[in-house]
Design a protein. Sequence first.
Length: 255
Amino acid sequence: MLAPNANFMTLDGTNTWVLREPDARRSIVVDPGPSILSHLDAIADVAGEVGAVLLTHHHADHSEAAKAFAERMGCGVRALDPAHRLGSEGLADGDVVDVDGLEVRVVATPGHTSDSLSFLVAAERAVLTGDTVLGRGTTVVAHPDGELGAYLDSLDRLHALAEAEEVAAIWPGHGPVIENALGALNFYLAHRRERLAQVEAAVAALKAAPHPEGLAVEELPRRVVEMVYSDVDPVLWGAAELSVRAQLAYLAARG
């Protein structure tokens, strides 16, 4: 179900997923999204009785309404971050959430944020990825909470599931369903390698160029954005700078 919160970061809006076994009494709701009453009413109408609310990560466009919606539906909120839970149950890698026969397996996929999770619905060979993989375009590794090394590991983990044919489709937090999970993950990994090489080259060029007053440390990320993301709408440069900062931290740690 699509929340009416479209903007340059959320694409068409946030996808809220309502999962239920055929003829089951209760549903699982993933990422109720923002506190927009019309959206929450629509989820409630479709979901019926709700056994659990799950969060892919803490960003407000996914989590803002979670506690209020769960209280309304008489269930808990399960998340990796304790601050976003309602009730005593959290979520961790390898957990299986079972509601009236529907099994959802938790896959830790940190990187976009430190608390990012994906949810594998084995019966459908589908994985809900939140913002780790989007239905259109690529995601932001939100430095400093997000971390590029962890993100690359998470993409590798999802890629392994797709390569093993455990996952065929991606159900993202934004944008349309991806029917070719392996192809999308190949693209994501190639894109990250290409961007990292571009950032590395931009840093080398900036350090080699004459600069009468020197290049301030805090100036470097924006200068890199101007070079590497010159073909991207400047309205997105703030988000691009977060990813560049994550890339610079990754390169620095790698030595």
